[in-house]
Design a protein around this ligand. Sequence first.
Ligand code: SF4
Length: 230
Amino acid sequence: MTVTNDPRALAERAEHDLAEATAAEALAWTVEHFGDRFIVASNMQDAALIELAHRQRAEFDVLFLETGYHFAETIGVRDAVALTYPGVRIVNAEAEQSVADQEREFGLLHQTDPGRCCALRKVVPLRATLARYDAWVTGVRRVDAPTRANTPIVQWDERNGLVKVNPIAAWSDEEFAAFIADNHILENPLVAEGYPSIGCAPCTAKPLPGQDARSGRWAGQGKTECGLHG
Ligand code: SF4
């Protein structure tokens, strides 16, 4: 592991040097520079990113935002990941308030103010967890949304103050699906049931025929992102 006292400069150099890197190259660079000081984020829609990271290092942390509002199937994938990859340490990032306490105090925020709900249950716990690491690895892809179209493979995450690595940023939907199928990667059973983009249960619906994959997230609420990657 190489140590740097200027992670921002490291990220800015890598943004240029690794602009065309493969997922394996980006993850090998992450392991080389950060050892066990990085964490891989997963929404447990599938274990593709975890499998890719596991090919570079057997033991690492996986960040799961345990909002308390997940589908049972998503929790099942998280637990299956822990069994399938024994070196993986699942880090459940939780809000300060339980769902019951939040609903008692504020009602159903996911209906009345989803931005605040995501802030309390995702953004704040994410920030608190990332503060313990020097880099995080995400499954963001450019094809996910117009707001993600310019996602680099490596970047400096100004908001959270650490290096952000997006190893599969350049992957198309077809490449991604082929990787899952060819390598028998764990996948959330809800995908086969018609949910191509899975978040919290109250905010995830099946997209209507002909609509894009993420249209089922916060459907009808004018919201497209949780605020994690903006
Ligand atoms: Fe709340 Fe919905 Fe955001 Fe989950 S996705 S934190 S339920 S608003």
